[in-house]
Design a protein around this ligand. Structure first.
Ligand code: GLA
Length: 746
């Protein structure tokens, strides 16, 4: 039993293996949040919160004449709105009587075996069978608006998920103008916010800042979780580093506009809220109707950021990802995008397939350009019929020919979008988002289909079904290449336009879910102009997401580093591309590109015909290495060994959970003359065991003899030496050298 209730003290305590979360039902049915942090025995933690008369923080009617209870001060589970809590708050409502506000008080609570589900929204699931659900019901007695606070408790995983269901039990319509998924008060301490910002082709850059008294919002109003921010934040004690200190994670299982906000209040208590963004959000609830928010995955670690990341990695692999490819080995693929862009025909694709098969690649992915009149990115989206001018003989025959070469076949689609220059648009111009009387803003010269409309979903499903049922397609790259603007649905009345954005997401999820259910053998890879929709919502349907359109390995270090705080390597789509790189023009060694791409799902995105024999032989080795290390990389513990940008090299490691082996990866990003030597302390090894170290490759083959070491290099070292004294690498030379060392416990 991880959820406990003490009748006498009216305390609800949630215990996971290493954390405790506690609330108390106080006088007048207020719920006070007592604590979230390291696991604590049976203690009633209400003593932490002392109630004083705080000037200018008002008092609810029932506590009169006391001035000690103020909603503006006490830590809360889910703050009310408009009744005296002036901190950032997770909900707002416009009531049918014209007033704005709701005063939620405890009604009842219930503990249910198993994990709740959220209807049309993706959410985590109970893989091992031990999860429990706590439902705390609160209501506003004047309007009848009722809250069900949902807590999913995963004891072993140290995870508590949260979501809220609003039910209108009153007699008139209510309009929710903000309905966030959670609120968490952290009353004491000094805290930093860690978040992951970016832009197209440079996503998830790590930023850490102090939480002060002005509210800071991390969010997106773009209708996607976005390149610009990720729906994942960490609140870390100012002293917290990778290996020590308190930190809380909050990750939203949602792929549309979102908002996470943090603020220290007048008494320095930190509040964090997270959920669907309230911009352009207004949800009408007629009597009897309900609205359910997406869920937030929360975890806490007293042991620093690495431990927090490991909890997320484990949870996403086991309780978010699902389907055939959750654990099954994913094929090493070649994608033709950077090899051909739109300029291809069946012959070119088959030539790539021939070369790829020779190299040991397992799947060919046909990217954008195979359908409709799609000869550039100005036309064709919406017309999901093969272009037989390009693919002579049709798709079925191409797939067969590729299969005959021993390769699986995958394909690119972008179902949510439409070009005005398409048959679909000419037939259904009203299917797009567009505001009355205005020409919508184009993004990549494309418009957005209103995914909230059932006829749009039906059309798209029928086209995708025809594609998948008629051809042996084993992988689909589901792209989405613009931000949503001009959000207005022709299918909704004027009063309900505030629902269009969320209904769009519900439509996307419905379509993805249907494809998963009806084509369980197809591996989906999410994509959105690279990594604009890299979130736990999409991961419920596709176990991997293309991380970024930037395939430059040196930038990828940064992108994959930021991504690794919340998401496991098994979710990160990462490929070796040509050098000089197409996005940056930078030249890097083939080996370095592979070391970086191997810390992901691994594949190639280049024209193999342009490779030298030497490069081809390197690729064969890389694929063999990747397959050899597959389990270690994809399900081992990932360690960030350097802080990005802090030194002239980056290092990271995978260690098997039983410490039997490890893989150390190093890339020199800013080569130095006469350098400080690179000493790296490994992690996750068995201190008492001896490890045999095999240095796989060193890219700087042209090291002048005077730079080679004269020391005796030991290749068998104890785990405690490697973890505490570290390992010192040889002097590096040349452009972006990389090193990969495999460690095997003897
Ligand atoms: C997006 C994707 C790329 C590629 C192109 C095709 O930018 O991120 O990988 O598929 O679209 O148009």
């Amino acid at each position: 039993m991880s959820i406990l209730y003490d009748e006498q003290s009216r305390i609800i305590t949630i215990n996971t293996a290493n954390t405790t979360y506690q609330m108390i039902i106080g006088p007048h049915r207020f719920i006070q949040h007592n604590y979230y942090g390291k696991r604590i025995g049976e203690e009633d933690l209400s003593y932490l919160h002392l109630h004083y008369d705080r000037a200018c923080s008002g008092n609810p009617d029932e506590v009169f004449p006391s001035r000690r209870i103020s909603l503006d001060v006490i830590p809360q589970e889910y703050p009310s709105a408009g009744v005296g809590d002036f901190r950032i708050h997770p909900m707002s409502v416009h009531n049918g009587d014209g007033s704005y506000g709701a005063d939620f008080r405890y009604v009842k609570h219930e503990v249910i075996k198993g994990k709740y589900e959220l209807g049309g929204l993706p959410s985590s699931y109970d893989a091992a069978g031990g999860a429990e659900t706590l439902v705390v019901t609160m209501d506003d007695k004047i309007t009848g608006l009722t809250l069900e606070l949902l807590y999913g408790v995963f004891e072993e995983e140290d995870v508590i998920t949260r979501a809220v269901r609003f039910v209108n039990k009153g007699s008139y319509e209510e309009v929710l103008t903000r309905a966030l998924s959670m609120s968490l008060d952290i009353p004491y301490g000094k805290w930093d916010l860690v978040h992951f910002h970016g832009k197209h082709a440079l996503e998830r850059q790590t930023e850490r800042e102090r939480i002060g008294h002005s509210a800071v919002t991390v969010g997106s109003t773009r209708g996607t979780s976005s390149h610009q921010e990720n729906p994942f934040i960490i609140i870390a004690d100012r002293r917290t580093d990778e290996d020590h200190g308190d930190c809380y994670g909050m990750m939203l299982v949602y792929s549309g506009s979102f908002k996470a906000q943090v603020e220290a209040d007048q008494f320095d208590s930190v509040r964090a809220i997270m959920g669907i963004h309230d911009e352009q959000f207004a949800w009408h609830l007629a009597p009897g109707e309900s609205f359910t928010t997406p869920e937030v995955i929360m975890t806490y670690s007293p042991d620093g950021l690495t431990d927090l990341s490991h909890k997320y990695h484990h949870f996403i692999r086991n309780n978010i990802c699902r389907g055939k490819y959750q654990f099954a080995r994913r094929p090493v693929l070649i994608n033709n995008w950077e090899a051909t862009y739109f300029d291809f025909n069946d012959e070119k694709i088959l030539a790539i397939a021939d070369e790829a098969a020779e190299l040991g690649i397992e799947m060919l992915v046909l990217d954008d350009g195979w359908f409709g009149q799609r000869n550039s990115d100005n036309a064709g989206l919406g017309d999901w019929y093969v272009n037989e001018d390009k693919i002579k003989g049709g798709l079925t025959s191409l797939v067969q020919k590729v299969n005959e070469k021993g390769l699986k076949f995958g394909i690119w689609i972008e179902p949510e979008m439409i070009n005005e220059d398409s048959a679909l648009y000419r037939e259904h111009p009203d299917w797009v988002f567009a505001m009355p009387g205005r020409k919508p803003t184009r993004g990549r010269n494309q418009l957005v289909l209103d995914m909230g409309r059932s006829e749009v979903i039906e059309y798209l499903y029928s086209r995708i079904e025809a594609l998948l049922a008629g051809n042996n397609i084993e992988y689909v790259k589901w792209d989405m290449n613009r931000s949503l603007s001009d959000v207005h649905s022709n299918a909704l009345p004027a009063s309900r336009q505030g629902e269009a954005l969320h209904r769009y997401m519900l439509g996307v999820y419905e379509l993805m879910g249907r494809i998963n259910r009806n084509f369980p053998n197809v591996l989906l890879e999410g994509c959105s102009g690279g990594g604009a929709r890299f979130d736990a919502g999409i991961l419920c349907y596709s176990p991997q997401i293309w991380c970024s359109d930037d395939t430059d390995p040196i930038h990828r270090l940064n992108i994959q580093y930021g991504t690794s705080f919340g998401y496991p390597v098994s979710t990160m789509g990462s490929h070796v591309s040509a050098s000089p790189n197409h996005q940056t023009g930078r030249t890097t060694p083939m080996f370095t590109r592979a070391v970086v791409a191997m810390s992901g799902t691994f594949g190639y995105e280049l024209d193999p015909a342009k490779l030298s024999d030497e490069e081809k032989s390197q690729i064969r080795d890389q694929i063999a290495d990747f397959k050899r290390y597959y389990d270690l990389i994809q399900s081992g513990d990932h360690y960030r060994l350097t802080e990005i940008g802090d030194d002239y090299f980056e290092a990271w490691e995978f260690a098997a959970s039983d410490a039997s082996e490890a893989l150390l990866n190093v890339v020199v990003t800013d080569i130095q003359p006469n350098p400080t030597l690179m000493n790296i302390r490994l992690k996750g090894l068995d201190p008492d065991a001896v490890y045999e170290m095999t240095e796989k490759k060193y890219a700087n083959e042209n090291v002048p003899p005077e730079f080679s070491t004269d020391s005796v290099r030991k290749r068998e070292l104890r785990g405690d030496a490697l973890m505490n004294a570290g390992y010192t690498l040889e002097w590096a030379f040349g452009d972006y050298p990389a090193l990969q060392i495999h460690l095997r416990r003897l």
